[in-house]
Design a protein around this ligand. Structure first.
Ligand code: Q9C
Ligand code: ZN
Length: 387
């Protein structure tokens, strides 16, 4: 597997509340360090450590504007320095929100507060979205990894890994070691450790940089015109529902979002099976599939949902697959509640890949918080994938 990593992703280091105690965030730089160490030790994969150039960073920000508002991006970039200058945070501290935007009949068009201290609450939906001194660099490096992974799969890219391996049915895939993760974040609210939706940037990259011939594709479906836009299927395997990704593509008939996640868990307000896209006859009806799974579920129960998910992805006939890969489904995870073991990830990887072998895919890392088991869990998933 081609695996992309950028050391700048280690620069983001923040805190969160555990009950009423402020602790170092579970989403920590040590996660990526542990994964990289395991990959190196295995000697098995094509690990490419890259550094986003100034041009890459500019390009990632431009691509991010298709997903996030400029006010939001500017806030994430500058808020730490503004807090520092106003004495609201110490050099090694974190910016955290206080008062979230609230439903309000009198003023439906809420503007960001003028008060520097109040602004983080406008641009976040929870308190697991702190911003430290160098967070922005890590956030952009993380997004750039997803962008570069997409570039490697584009048919015309000079650095292309090429769409296939020579064998027509064997499409390439690239894993991006994204950190911070992305699937909880949509237009202009950080949350759940996410700031930029990395998967969405990969999709924007495919759309923006595909050669004209691929931008529109022929379809055999007589109900649509002879050409349609590129189609994408997102398979979200993180323990948590990817509310941000769902929100971004809910009305998009060319993007299928499928998620298996803990029922009634964070982020609490989304992820129900009833969320199937806009009502018919909207063309996006049916392009959202939530498969909530009871907490405590076994791997057998998980596999049953996975088969439903994979069948939906197959039926959608996407041009590209995006996998939001989280290891917080692990039985020991502090934030997850499924009974999934290390060896199960090999089966999981094999199941996904054997069902979707013909679709080129970007795999982006999301959650997973048992740091000293992350490496082996990921290696098992990849081993299954590459059988
Ligand atoms: N303070 C991902 O797995 N809640 N995000 C933490 C402890 C946030 C999970 C509760 C969980 C976010 C990408
Ligand atoms: Zn998660």
């Amino acid at each position: 597997m081609i695996i992309l990593h950028d050391e700048d992703t280690l620069l983001h280091e923040t805190v969160e509340l555990l009950g009423s105690k402020l602790i170092p965030a579970f989403e920590s730089p040590s996660r990526i360090k542990a994964i990289v160490q395991s990959i190196n030790h295995s000697g098995k994969h094509d690990l490419r450590t890259i550094t986003a150039s100034a041009a890459d960073q500019t390009s990632a920000v431009e691509l991010a504007k298709a997903t996030h508002s400029t006010g939001y991006l500017s806030h994430i970039q500058h808020v730490f320095k503004q807090w520092l200058d106003e004495g609201l945070v110490e050099e090694h501290g974190s910016v955290l929100p206080e008062c979230f935007r609230l439903h309000n009949t009198a003023n439906s068009k809420l503007k960001p507060p003028k008060d520097t201290f109040a602004r983080p609450g406008y641009y976040a939906f929870d308190m697991s979205s702190g911003i430290s001194q160098h967070s922005w660099r890590a956030i952009i490096a993380s997004a750039n990894l997803a962008v570069q992974a997409a570039h490697l799969l584009l048919p015309t890219s000079p650095t292309s890994a090429s769409a296939t391996n020579g064998d027509e049915t064997e499409a390439k895939s690239v894993l991006a070691l994204c950190r911070p993760p992305g699937h909880h974040c949509s237009g202009q609210q950080a949350g759940g450790y996410c700031y930029i939706n990395n998967i969405a940037l990969a999709i924007t990259t495919f759309r923006h940089f595909s050669p004209p011939a691929q931008k529109t594709r022929r379809t055999s479906n007589p109900h649509f015109s002879s050409t349609s836009r590129l189609k994408f299927a997102i398979l979200d395997l993180d323990f948590h529902h990817g509310n941000g990704t769902q929100e971004l593509f809910y009305g998009d008939p060319n993007v299928l979002y499928v998620s298996i996640h803990g029922e009634d868990e964070f982020p609490y307000y989304t992820g129900a099976a009833s969320e199937t896209g806009p009502p018919a006859p909207d063309p996006a009806h049916g392009t959202n599939l939530n498969l909530p799974l009871a907490t405590g579920s076994s791997f057998d129960e998980y596999l049953r949902k996975l088969h439903v998910a994979l069948q939906a992805v197959r039926d959608f006939k996407a041009d590209y697959l995006l996998v939001s890969l989280g290891f917080d489904t692990f039985h020991l995870d502090p934030l997850g509640k499924f009974d999934i073991r290390t060896e199960n990830y090999k089966v999981m990887g094999w199941q996904v890949r054997s069902a979707l072998r013909d679709i080129p895919g970007v795999i982006a890392l999301e959650g997973g918080y048992v740091v000293d088991r992350l490496g082996e869990n990921l290696l098992n998933f990849l081993e299954g994938w590459e059988i």
